[in-house]
Design a protein around this ligand. Structure first.
Ligand code: PPE
Length: 306
């Protein structure tokens, strides 16, 4: 989905014009995927622009960097302030924010540790991730022939650039087959996640989602959906999900910063439930969008007003 250029990009502590935020072609990250990043949304509320769950996003960014052994030349407080400042400086209301920390240009060769670490923050307007009707109608997905990474290969919990080569294969295959998105199994054959979303299954009023050990990213929207669902009185189980459980689900939905809470209406051509957004999904969406749009009280302290 195209992004709308904004004016300024925060680059190692300074704002540079959008078109001048450049790197050298021999930057390490370009060759070996040595970057960590975040995807964060800010929403427009009646009390002004609010960044959704900024603190856990910054924490995950620093955790990803730690896993990647990438020393970040800024503190979490500095990055937090820089993110807010990037939104303000660009006069953005609802937007998507992309902080990225990467290994730059110094030497070639796989070991990244002699390359400098750069930090950038971009923010721009970005629409609905999986299509404009997806939030109401739901999306058609397919189980990928690509598996998520085995636990001793790539760190799924870290949002590392190189991890997304796997996601790219998943989503390209899915779209070639006529689906909007893929769901991948983990290396043991259990349901893992989408190329950029966590997945939930509702059956007989109980909500299921794969555990962290199933090669998933610990999604912040996943955590938000679990919190909302439990508060609404639903039982939420983080447990291994066999593939066939998808086909007989009453409801399914994706969660993600970009995808927000998107219903899934079919898997591999099999209709899920009634083939439209189900009632449990609708109730969780209502709370989620109610809070992000400032229409319901921010009862969990999720909004950071810029
Ligand atoms: N799994 C993966 C693999 C993933 O990339 C994301 C976010 C999630 C789960 C959900 O995590 P969270 O956003 O914290 O709820 N994917 C980001 C990147 C999307 C993109 O196209 O780039 C996002 O949603 O911002």
């Amino acid at each position: 989905m195209p992004m709308k250029e904004s004016q300024w990009i925060w680059f190692d502590g300074e704002f540079v014009p959008w078109g001048e935020a450049k790197v050298h072609v021999l930057a390490h990250a370009l060759h070996y995927g040595s970057s960590v990043f975040e995807g964060i949304r800010a929403y427009e509320t009646s009390q002004g622009t609010a960044i959704f769950r900024l603190e856990p996003h910054v924490t995950r960014l620093f955790n990803s960097a730690k896993i990647a052994r990438m020393p970040v030349p800024f503190t979490p407080e500095q990055v937090t302030e820089a993110i807010a400042e990037t939104v303000r400086r660009n006069n953005l209301r609802a937007c998507y924010i992309r902080p990225l920390i990467f290994r730059g240009y110094e030497v070639l060769g796989v070991d990244p540790r002699r390359c400098p670490v750069h930090t950038v923050i971009a923010a721009f307007e970005w629409g609905t991730y999986l299509g404009s009707e997806a939030l109401e109608q739901g999306v058609d997905v397919g189980v990928s022939s690509w598996r998520r990474m085995a636990p001793d290969t790539f760190p799924a919990m870290a949002k590392i650039g190189g991890d997304y080569v796997n996601s790219q294969f998943m989503v390209m295959e899915a779209r070639d087959r006529g689906f909007v998105e893929a769901i991948a199994l983990d290396v043991y054959g259990y349901v893992s996640e989408g190329s950029g979303e966590n997945v939930f299954v509702v059956q007989n009023g109980i909500i299921y989602t794969p555990p962290l050990g199933a090669s998933i990213l610990g999604g912040i929207t996943r955590d938000s959906a679990i919190t909302i669902a439990r508060d609404l009185g639903y039982e939420v189980r983080e447990q291994l999900i066999p593939r066939e459980m998808l086909y007989i689900a009453d409801e399914m939905f994706f969660t993600g910063t970009a995808a927000e809470i998107t219903p899934i209406r079919s898997v591999d051509g099999q209709i899920i439930g009634k083939g439209c957004r189900g009632p449990v999904t609708a109730r969780i969406q209502e709370q989620f969008f109610g809070i992000t749009q400032g229409k319901l009280p921010d009862r969990y302290g999720w909004l950071y007003y810029v």
